[in-house]
Design a protein around this ligand. Structure first.
Ligand code: PMP
Length: 428
């Protein structure tokens, strides 16, 4: 069998940077990515047989753990009937009914194949519906790789130091206005200046692509009020937070109702799925009900719908999210106690089953604070954890995820690894 290194050498020859998504490369932390042979529960195993406790969870979808038998069985049943039909299939209807039941702000929903497709379609709809051109996003938020969003973007774009991508025409980038997250006055001022030109404001209600930064008390309500006052649509990008921070997403957790919501990750159960939806009269603008065009050869794919529906069944079990939040707290409190014991400047944030680790003594509430943390210390911690069989996202600017397979035993094992890893950070 090939080693990780041999595979990466081959990959570098034929795939840009050796990876099919930049966040997978260990560019900022150093070293080479490992190649996963299989995944189960809370763990990944690489091609050399090494086991890792995984806090990436395929970047969010695997909230019930990897290779869950209920999801796998649903996929196995679905593939008996064929992989794609190109006609409507029953599972799409069940999916639309399930999403609209779990997220009451969504009356009508359209399935797509990725988070990027969901967000780019949502802003086209916002523009089509309002007849306005400008959109507002937040510095450090990531909404996929459509042109309009690669302006002061988070995630891999931030990690690699290219938050505003070449290839995005200035004429297009100029239509994207950006704001600092958690700044009340800046948002008010921007809407005062540009209000009648703004089609929509898109926000990760809990930003998870500049590490994990919860909204300040009342901030999402403030954005809601600004959008309502100025006739702009409020778009919650819940690709990451949807079904994770609570069953009804961040909008349920914080009690704020957006006009449109974008979804992805968990609703596909590990298959390539996204969705966007919202108020009926807005969504009726989408073709063929209305004139705003959006389509997809594989959208609503029967196998993907089966995986997603099985995942949504799992997370509707009573107490599922409460238990996940408790486990996440065990993890972040445990890490904090160890770091404090070692005298390391360290803080954490968490909402539901999403968390952030920061090498700073401060509470981090803004992009400026997140990017001022000690990333060299994070990189050493990342490597020391990896050596000890714990896989964190390979960047100081990504949220971490806990799944229901991360039981107390797995968390205890993680904290044991962290004891050694924090000591390694301290000793430089
Ligand atoms: N929005 C958010 C909040 C995301 O975190 C991501 C991906 N991490 C996306 C959109 C894009 O989703 P995808 O990678 O499926 O295109």
């Amino acid at each position: 069998m090939s080693s990780n290194h041999a595979l990466f050498q081959r990959a570098l020859e034929r795939i840009p940077g050796g990876v099919n998504s930049p966040v997978r490369a260990f560019r900022s932390v150093g070293g080479e990515p490992f190649f996963t042979a299989r995944a189960d529960g809370a763990c990944l195993w690489d091609v050399e047989g090494k086991r890792y406790i995984d806090y990436v969870g395929s970047w969010g979808p695997m909230i019930a753990g990897h290779n869950h038998p209920h999801v796998r069985a649903a996929v196995e049943r679905a593939i008996q009937n064929g992989l794609s039909f190109g006609t409507p299939c029953p599972a799409e209807v069940t999916m639309a009914e399930t999403i609209t039941r779990l997220i009451p702000s969504i009356d009508v929903v359209r399935m797509v194949n990725s988070g990027t497709e969901a967000t780019m379609s949502a802003i086209r709809l916002a523009r089509g519906h309002t007849g306005r051109a400008r959109i507002v996003k937040f510095e450090g938020c990531y909404h996929g790789h459509a042109d309009a969003f690669l302006v002061k973007a988070g995630s891999g774009a931030l990690t690699l130091g290219t938050p505003t991508s070449p290839g995005v025409p200035a004429a297009l980038a100029d239509l994207t206005l950006t704001l600092p997250f958690n700044d009340f006055e800046a948002a008010t001022a921007l809407f005062d200046a540009f209000g009648v030109e703004i089609a929509g404001l898109i926000v990760e209600p809990v930003p998870g692509n500049m590490n994990c930064i919860p909204p300040r008390e009342g901030y999402l309500q403030h954005l809601r009020a600004l959008c309502s006052r100025h006739g702009a649509l409020l778009i919650f990008d819940e690709v990451m937070t949807g079904f994770r921070v609570a069953l009804g997403g961040a909008q349920a957790h914080y009690g704020v109702t957006p006009d449109l919501t974008t979804l992805g990750k968990i609703i596909g159960g590990g298959m390539p799925v996204g969705a966007y939806g919202g108020r009926r009269e807005i969504m009726q603008q989408i073709a063929p009900a209305g004139p705003v065009y959006q389509a997809g050869t594989l959208s609503g794919n029967p196998v993907a719908m089966a995986a997603g529906l099985a995942m949504l069944e799992l997370i509707q079990q009573p107490g599922f999210h409460e238990e996940l939040a408790r486990r996440t707290r065990l993890l972040t409190d445990g890490l904090q106690a160890i770091a404090d014991g070692e005298g390391i400047a360290f803080s954490t944030q968490r909402v539901g089953a999403m968390f952030g680790l920061f090498f700073t003594a401060q509470k981090v509430e803004t992009y400026a604070q997140a990017t001022a943390t000690d990333t060299a210390a994070f990189n050493r911690f990342f490597q020391a954890m990896l050596e000890r069989g714990v896989f964190l996202a390979p960047s100081a600017y990504e949220a971490g995820f806990v799944s229901s397979a991360h039981d107390e035993q797995i968390i205890a094992e993680t904290l044991e690894a962290a004891r050694g890893a924090f000591r390694a950070v301290k000793n430089g």
